[in-house]
Design a protein around this ligand. Structure first.
Ligand code: 13P
Ligand code: SF4
Length: 323
């Protein structure tokens, strides 16, 4: 095929957001696709999604949808989780490089060795891990149900909590259960500047500090409320307070501002004033890549079925235990 004839087969990228949005709408109808988006996605992706939620809500949606195609606007472990729960569906991720430091820092083989050193322990894995780590776990949890689930485990069994040591420490404090941690962490939630937070507290003396439990302990100690993204959102809706300093990825502020236009939400910069409070992986997805993936029906999440079935066991347990 000549270069000229190849060029004819490739349709041009629509030039503006409106054109992109209307093509996305047509393609989603054509393929009977549902667009799921995490709160950390760009506002324009959140606005076009059929459903926006936290990890637990998105897992529930992925397991219940009647759509033939799930376009997961989030990171790889989230799209993989959707495939684990809905193997008969086509699951697309707009950018396959959208990873997560927590999943990357817990390789399956090293984790198997860690487990072998703790043979009597139950294994609870935060959903931010690969299918290969889920497959080695007794139970999966998210930041919204971790404390409740750990509280339900038999008191006479020691517990490994992986891969987020910061979330693990918070769960340990809330549940009073001694946990053995895998030493992983989220680069975004570890990057918030304590100095910037203290300055913001002085500048906004009536603001409440709300934090995701992936933050380090010294920052959590400064928070008025700690919870998953959906719990932070609910808290800001019910609190009579009008100003909030938000210690999590600022994508969530789009939902807060839309639901509560009269309240003020302030994000916290990273150390040295960098904008590393934005998750570099989540933000790899763009409206254009969303359009492109619906047009080409790729990149698709493909999984080994044996691994999928093993990873499904602790996922199903989580969904049943957190009904
Ligand atoms: P949620 O469980 O609040 O959705 O958090 C997911 C996540 O990746 C936080 O960094
Ligand atoms: Fe992973 Fe952190 Fe990004 Fe969440 S914010 S997806 S934990 S790197």
């Amino acid at each position: 095929m000549t270069a000229a004839s190849t060029a004819k087969t490739v349709s041009p990228v629509p030039l503006n957001k409106n054109e992109l949005s209307s093509e996305i709408n047509e393609l989603r109808k054509k393929h009977n696709a549902v667009i799921l988006a995490h709160y950390y996605q760009d506002p324009e992706i959140q606005d076009i999604a059929d459903f926006v939620g936290d990890s637990l809500e998105l897992s529930r949606k992925a397991s219940n949808t009647n759509a033939d195609v799930i376009v997961f606007c989030g990171v790889h472990f989230m799209a993989e989780t959707a495939k684990i729960l809905s193997p008969e569906k086509i699951v697309l991720l707009p950018d396959l490089d959208a990873g997560c430091t927590l999943a990357d820092d817990c390789p399956a083989e090293a984790f198997a060795n860690f487990r072998a050193n703790h043979p009597n322990h139950l294994v609870v894995s935060y959903i931010n891990c690969t299918a290969a780590v889920k497959a080695q776990s007794d139970l999966v949890c998210t930041s919204s149900n971790a404390v409740d689930l750990v509280n339900k485990l038999p008191k006479d069994r020691p517990i490994i909590f992986a891969p987020d040591k910061n979330l693990g420490r918070w769960v340990q404090r809330q549940s009073g259960r001694e946990l053995t941690f895998w030493p992983g962490s989220c680069l975004v939630h570890e990057a918030f500047s304590e100095e910037a937070l203290l300055k913001l507290k002085i500048k906004h003396p009536f603001a409440e500090v709300i934090a995701h439990p992936e933050c380090i302990e010294s920052l959590l100690d400064l928070a008025d409320f700690i919870g998953s993204t959906s719990k932070l959102l609910k808290y800001t809706e019910t609190s009579p307070v009008k100003e909030f300093i938000v210690l999590t990825e600022p994508g969530i502020i789009h939902q807060m501002q839309q639901r509560m236009p009269k309240k003020k939400f302030i994000d916290v910069p990273g150390i040295d004033g960098c904008s590393c409070n934005e998750c570099p992986y989540m933000r790899l997805n763009t409206l254009e890549k969303l359009w492109e993936c619906l047009k080409k029906m790729e990149p698709e999440i493909v999984m080994d079925d044996e691994l999928r079935k093993k990873a499904l066991v602790p996922m199903k347990r989580m969904l049943e235990m957190s009904k």
